[in-house]
Design a protein around this ligand. Sequence first.
Ligand code: HEM
Length: 503
Amino acid sequence: MSEEKNHNKLTTASGRIYVENENSKTVGPRGPILLEDYILHEKMAHFNRERIPERIVHAKGSGAFGTFTVTEDISQYTKAKVFNKIGKKTKVFLRFSTVGGEKGSADTERDPRGFAIKFYTEDGNWDLVGNNTPVFFIKDPKKFSDFIHTQKRDPYTNCKSPTMVWDYWSLTPESLHQVLILMSDRGTPVGYRHMNGYGSHTFSMINARNEKVFVKYHFKTAQGIKNFTDEEAAQMKSKDLDFAQRDLLESIDNGDFPKWNVKIQVMTTDQARKVDFNPFDITKIWPHSQFPLVDVGVLELNKNPDNYFQDVEQSAFAPAHVVDGLGYSPDKMLQGRLLSYPDAQRYRIGANYEQIPVNRCPFAVNNYQRDGTMRVDGNGGKQPNYWPNSFDEIEVDKTYQEPSEQLEDTIADWYDRNSKVGDNDHYSQPRSLFRDVMSKSEQDNTVNNTIGAMSGITGPKRDVIINRQLCHWFRMDDEFGSRVAKGLGVDINAVMSASVGSH
Ligand code: HEM
C-alpha cells in the first residue's frame, strides 16, 4: 500500500496499522486477555506516562504567541538587536500564571500573576520572567523555598493555611510592600489581559560603546487595569475555575489581540551608587518621579498555541537567558534565579528541553553538547563533538565579549540583607502606595481584603501572629492598622504593648 494511502489510518506508535481500538484480544468472548495484545499494553503504558511534573511554583498557566514591535530608539542604552530599529518585529511567547496553586487550581485566587516572556531574537532567546507586580515578598533567594512552603499546603492538614502564610509574612517584614499590593484588588485581576507586567528585578543594558545602565521593565496593559473585588473573585471561582485561560484564548480566537505598552526606567551606574535605597532590592520600586518611564515598544499576543501541552506546559523560561546588550544586576534574588530555573527544567522536562520547539532558538544553536535522554534534533550529526577542533567552522566571536566589571566589595560574608541604611526601611514605600497612590475605594477594599485574609489565621499562635502583623501595618500607616485591628476585633492598646517586645 502506498505511503499516501496510509496517512490517515489508525496506527500503533511504531506505525503499524491496526483495526481494534476498543476490544482486547481474549480467549473466548468472556476469557482472559492474551499477553500478545501488546497494543493494549502500549496504550495503557503511554497513558501512565502522560504527566510531567507540574512546575514547583506557577503550575497553573496560559500562554500565547505574539509580536514585540519597537516604537522608540533606545540605542543610547542598549546594543541588543531586538531593540535596534524602530518598526522591528520579534516573535514572542508569553506564559501567564498564578503562583501558589496546583495545575488544576482556580485562575481567580488572590495571588501574584506570572508574566513570563520569551523573545526569539536573532542573538538567542531572551527570557524576561516577571510578575504582575513591580516588587516581591523576599530579597534573598535562600528564603524562597521556605516562603513558597507557606503558600502551598500544610504538611499535616493538606489544606492551604492562612496561619502559615501570615506567620511567615509577619516574621519577614520585607514582605510588607508586596503583601499590601496582594491585599489590594490587584491581587485578583480580571483575567490576564487587564493587568500590567513587570520584570520586577533590576537588570542592565549595555550600549555599543560598552557603557552600562541599570533598567527596570514595565508592560502597561493597553486594555486598562481591571480587577475583581474579593467577592467577585470568589463568585468567578465557583463559576469557572479556568476563567483567565478561557478569556485569553477566546479573545485571541476572536481577533481581539491584547497589547501591552513596553517601557523602561533607567538608572546610571553613578546614580545607583548614590540613591538613598538599595536599587538592587526587589522589595523596592524606583520612584517614577526620579526615574521616569521611557517608551520602548508594543507587545501584542495574536496566536493561540495549537496544543496546550506542547507549547504551554513544555515551555521553559530562565532569567539567565539574556542576549548581547542586556545583562543582570547584583539583585540577590535575580542571582539566585539564574541557576534555579534551568535546574528545575532539567528535572521537569529533561536535559534536552531546549530542543522542544517552543523553547528552541529559531536562529543558530551551535555547541558541543551531545546525547542525553530524548535528543531528537540530529545530535550534531557527523560534526565533531569537541572543541577546539580542526574540522568544523564554528567560531568564537569576540565582539560579543561582555565588558569587565569593577565590583565595590571584595570581602565575602553572609551579610544581613536588612542591616544597612537603605535596606532596612520596609514601611515608607508601602505607606506612600497606600496613602498617595490608592484611591479611597481602593484603600477601603485593601483594608477589607486584608481583614478577610487575616481572619483565616487559627490555632494556638493566632493572637501572636495577628498582633505581630498588626504592628507592621501600624508602622506603615496608623489608620490602616486601626481599621484592620477593628475588623479583626483586636484591642489596639493590647497590640501596641505587644509591639514593644517584637522588634
Ligand atoms: C529566588 C527566588 C526564586 C526562585 C528560586 C524561583 C524559582 C522558580 C522555579 C523553580 C520555577 C519553575 C520553573 C519551571 O519549572 O519551568 C519558577 C517559575 C516562575 N517564577 Fe520564579 N522563583 C523565584 C522568584 C521569582 C520572582 C522574583 C519572580 C517574578 C518577578 C518569579 C517569576 C516566576 C514566573 C513568572 C514563573 C513561571 C514561568 C513560566 O511561566 O513557565 N519568580 N520560579
